[in-house]
Write a protein that binds this ligand. Structure first.
Ligand code: DLL
Length: 428
C-alpha cells in the first residue's frame, strides 16, 4: 500500500482545511456543551468560521479543560459510537481520557501508515513494535498504521529486554518502533553481549514520544545499524503520527499531516500566532475528529514550523521539539531544557547516555547537579572527566553546575516508556 498514491497540492490541502474546520467547529458547538459555552463567551459562532484563516478567532483548549471534563465530558458523540478509549497518564493530576469513533481510528491508521512509509517502512516488511500497549496510544496506534500499510507486526510492547534482543535477532524485523532512550539502551545491550547488529535484518528505527537529539540519532544509527527518524504525536490530537520525519530528508524537520491536524506556533506568553520559522508553543486543531474534536490545543511543546522548498511532499514541517514548556526549568534566570544537557553528554566517550538533572536551591541560590553513568572500566572518581563535563556544560548553558559520576548500571534503565530526566526539588 502506498499512502501517497493520490498527491494533494497545497491549494487542495488549504481547501480541505477550510471545509473541515467549519464542520469541526459546528460539530463541537452542537455537541459539547462545555465548548459551546466557551465559544459563546468568546462571542464566536460557528458561522463566523468561513475559512482556515479564521482559526485565530477561536479560543485555546488546554489539558486543564480536558481534566475538568474527566472522563468523557469533551466527547462529541454518544458513548455507543465510541470504538476505543486511551488515556495519557501525565505526571500530575487527573489522566487525560481520549476517545475515538471507528472513523477516527481509520484516520489514526492512515496518518500512522503515512508516517511509517516516509520513515522507510513498506508493505511486506516486519515491524518490531516496542511502544507500550495499553492505555498509552503508542502501541496500538503504531500497530494499526503498520497493519494498514501491510506490514507484519510483532506486538512486543515494553520491558523484558532480553526477550526483545532475542526477537530482534531471531524474528528478523526490518523496522523497530520505540522511544529513543530505549533504542539507545537496546544498542548498549547488544554491545555488552558482543552481538554485531549488522547481522540483524533491522533497517529503520521510528523513534518518538520524548525529545531527542542529533547525537542520539548518530548513536542509535551506529549501535543498531539502522536509519532513525522522528515520530511525534500526542493523545489529545490522536496519538503517534501527527508528524513524521522523512528518512530521505533527515534533519530537515517532520511533515505534519496538516489535512488532518492544523498546526500553529504561538507566543508562549501572549498566545499570538508567530511567523513561520519562529520558535514558540505548538498548537493543533483537529480537522476530522468525531469523538474528540479539539480546537487550538495548547500542546506545551516548543518548536517552530516552516515549509521546506526542497521537500518531496507539500506538507508543512515542524522542527524537533526542544522540550515541553513544563519540562523547561528556569535556573538563575536561564531557561534550560534537558536536551541541552543531553547534547553535551552524548559526545563524551567515557559515559553512557543515561543521566538525570537535579535542580535544588541552596542558600537561596539555584543549583544544578548532573548525574551521569560512567562506562564500565571508568572510575567515578575521574576528576579530569568531571572537570571536562563541568566546563562543557557550562559552555553550553551558560551557568556552572556540579557533575556526579555514578557506577555503571546504577541509574534506572529505560524500560521503553517515557524517561524522567529532571528532578526539581525547589518547589517541594
Ligand atoms: O507520546 C504519542 C506518541 C507515541 C508519539 C509514540 C510518538 C511515538 P502522549 O503520551 O500523549 O502521546 O504524550 C505526548 O509527548 O506533547 C510531547 O511532549 C512528547 N512527544 C511525543 N513525541 C515526541 C517527539 C505520545 N518525537 C507528548 N519528540 C507530546 C519530542 C515528543 N517529544
Amino acid at each position: 500500500m502506498n499512502p501517497f498514491k493520490e498527491k494533494l497540492s497545497l491549494d487542495a490541502i488549504r481547501a480541505l482545511q477550510s471545509n473541515r474546520l467549519k464542520k469541526t467547529i459546528t460539530h463541537a458547538y452542537n455537541n459539547i456543551p462545555y465548548q459551546k459555552n466557551k465559544l459563546d463567551k468568546a462571542g464566536i459562532h460557528p458561522d463566523d468560521i468561513q475559512s482556515i484563516e479564521d482559526i485565530h478567532k477561536l479560543p485555546f483548549t488546554t489539558k486543564e479543560d480536558l481534566r475538568k471534563n474527566y472522563p468523557y465530558g469533551m466527547f462529541a458523540v454518544p458513548m455507543n459510537k465510541i470504538a476505543r478509549i486511551h488515556a495519557s497518564s501525565g505526571t500530575t493530576g487527573q489522566p487525560t481520557v481520549v476517545g475515538y469513533t471507528k472513523n477516527d481510528l481509520d484516520v489514526f491508521d492512515e496518518v500512522v501508515a503515512r508516517s511509517l512509509y516516509v520513515a522507510g517502512a513498506r508493505e511486506g516488511m516486519i515491524m518490531h513494535n516496542a511502544y507500550g500497549y495499553g492505555l498509552f496510544t503508542g502501541g496500538l496506534g503504531i500497530h494499526g498504521g503498520a497493519t494498514k500499510l501491510g506490514m507484519a507486526v510483532i506486538p512486543v510492547s515494553v520491558g523484558m529486554t532480553d526477550r526483545q534482543l532475542t526477537i530482534l535477532q531471531e524474528f528478523k524485523p526490518d523496522v523497530i518502533c520505540c522511544t529513543p532512550s530505549y533504542a539507545q539502551f537496546l544498542g548498549q545491550e547488544f554491545y555488552k553481549k558482543g552481538i554485531d547488529t549488522k547481522e540483524l535484518q533491522l533497517k529503520y528505527a521510528v523513534l518518538g514520544a520524548e525529545p531527542w537529539t542529533e547525537s542520539i540519532r548518530a548513536q542509535v544509527e551506529a549501535d543498531l545499524s539502522v536509519k532513525a527518524t522522528n515520530i511525534y504525536g500526542l493523545s489529545e490530537i490522536i496519538g503517534p503520527g501527527v508528524s513524521q520525519e522523512s528518512v530521505l530528508e533527515q534533519g530537515t524537520g517532520s511533515y505534519i499531516w496538516e489535512d488532518y491536524f492544523f498546526p500553529e506556533v504561538v507566543d508562549k506568553n501572549t498566545g499570538e500566532p508567530l511567523p513561520y520559522g519562529e520558535e514558540g508553543v505548538l498548537v493543533f486543531t483537529t480537522l476530522t475528529k468525531e469523538a474528540l474534536p479539539i480546537m487550538r490545543y495548547w500542546t506545551n511543546d516548543i518548536c517552530s514550523i516552516q515549509y521546506d522548498e526542497n521537500s518531496a511532499l507539500p506538507y508543512i514541517k515542524m522542527s524537533k521539539i526542544k522540550g515541553r514548556a513544563d519540562d523547561m526549568v528556569i535556573v538563575r534566570g536561564v531557561n534550560l531544557f534537558p536536551t541541552q544537557i543531553e547534547e553535551v553528554l552524548a559526545d563524551v566517550d567515557k559515559i553512557v547516555p543515561n543521566y538525570q538533572m537535579h535542580v535544588d536551591r541552596k542558600n537561596s541560590l539555584d543549583s544544578i547537579c548532573v548525574k551521569c553513568e560512567v562506562k564500565q572500566g571508568v572510575s567515578v572518581e575521574d576528576k579530569l572527566l568531571i572537570k571536562q563535563l563541568q566546563s562543557q556544560i557550562r559552555a553550553k548553558i551558560g551557568i556552572a553546575c556540579d557533575v556526579e559520576l555514578t557506577e555503571p548500571f546504577s541509574m534506572p534503565e529505560s524500560q521503553g516508556g517515557k524517561t524522567q530526566r529532571i528532578f526539581d526539588v525547589r518547589k517541594i
